[in-house]
Design a protein around this ligand. Structure first.
Ligand SMILES: Nc1ncnc2c1ncn2[C@@H]1O[C@H](COP(=O)(O)OP(=O)(O)OP(=O)(O)O)[C@@H](O)[C@H]1O
Length: 285
């Protein structure tokens, strides 16, 4: 995947509509007591089809709020959001994206297969097509042997893989993920990251990924969006070029390029001036 955005917050060049286009987005939560909370201010961000973008920033800086606005689970107070050239509302109606959050959110009384098939069932996809699609997805996330198990018979990492398979059921061009690996142990988390890179390469989905983990953001992303403390604004957009999915093995986590990108994101988060020596070799736009 190409990773050469043309300007801060701008996507890689493409003639297709952007996966996400946020322009001047602000969000104020009104309070009855008069102490309104400005969660987001003047957020401009364009994400290209197939691009993986992480949002990172201090607690309460508005990462989840931005994701919820893209998903049309809430509305911006100012500015606008488009998903594949449609309003966020229309994109939701058209099922233009899949969602995966920290809790896998599986239905305990349904098998793994029928959890994955749920969105298809809700959209009246026929039984045979559902079965074919869920078999494909089970293979994609490496759970073919667990199709008939129930969620409580799976580990946390396996449950997250089911949730990811479910979010991919309708072949969305965009995945919205809010700390999907936050509850996993470190080893499982790293394995899941490797799998997610592979799945994204195979499906071509763009991803907006909220995380608190700098290494996770760097390992997964084409660009890391660093947000400032509340009111959340985009402080920096750091392009990361760690190569194609096939090359992102475990060794990459010990490579200089990985380390340099981690340092660049860390320094940006801590508010150090762009262009600090440790950020050399990483695009700091
Ligand atoms: N429904 C709401 N009503 C009022 N305030 C809200 C609401 N949702 C979020 N906020 C406030 O907006 C700000 C941003 O919250 P948000 O959950 O987006 O932050 P975050 O960066 O995702 O935080 P964390 O990293 O801790 O999950 C916070 O101050 C939060 O208290």
């Amino acid at each position: 995947m190409s990773t050469a955005p043309s300007a801060p917050g701008q996507p890689i060049a493409s003639t297709r509509p952007a996966a996400v286009s946020a322009t001047g987005v602000g969000k104020v939560f009104a309070s009855r007591k008069g102490a309104d909370v400005t969660a987001l201010e003047a957020v401009d961000l364009t994400i290209a089809p197939g691009e993986f973008v992480s949002l990172i920033g201090p607690s309460g800086c508005g990462k989840s709020t931005l994701l919820r606005l893209i998903a049309d689970l809430d509305s911006p107070t100012s500015g606008s959001i488009e998903v594949f050239g449609k309003t966020a509302r229309q994109a939701r109606i058209d099922q233009a994206y899949g969602i995966a959050f920290q809790q896998a959110g599986l239905l305990p009384w349904r098998t793994v297969r029928s959890n994955i098939e749920l969105p298809l069932e809700l959209h009246k996809v026929g039984k045979a097509d559902r079965a074919a699609r869920s078999s494909e997805l089970l293979a994609l996330v490496g759970l073919s042997d667990f199709a008939d198990k129930y969620p409580d018979q799976l580990s946390g990492g396996m449950q997250q893989r089911v949730a990811i398979a479910r979010s991919l059921a309708e072949s969305p061009g965009l995945l919205l993920m809010d700390e999907p690996f936050g509850a996993l142990d470190e080893m499982t988390r790293e394995r899941m990251q490797t799998e997610l890179v592979r799945i994204c390469a195979e499906t071509g989905a763009a991803v907006v990924f909220v995380t608190h983990s700098i290494p996770e953001a760097v390992f997964l992303s084409n660009r890391v969006v660093v947000m400032s403390p509340r009111p959340g604004r985009i402080r920096d957009v750091i392009a990361v070029d760690l190569g194609r999915a096939e090359g992102r093995g475990e060794g990459l986590r010990e490579a200089d390029s990985f380390f340099e990108a981690v340092v660049a994101v860390r320094e940006s988060l801590h508010g150090e001036p762009a262009g600090a020596p440790a950020a050399r070799g990483v695009d700091q736009r």
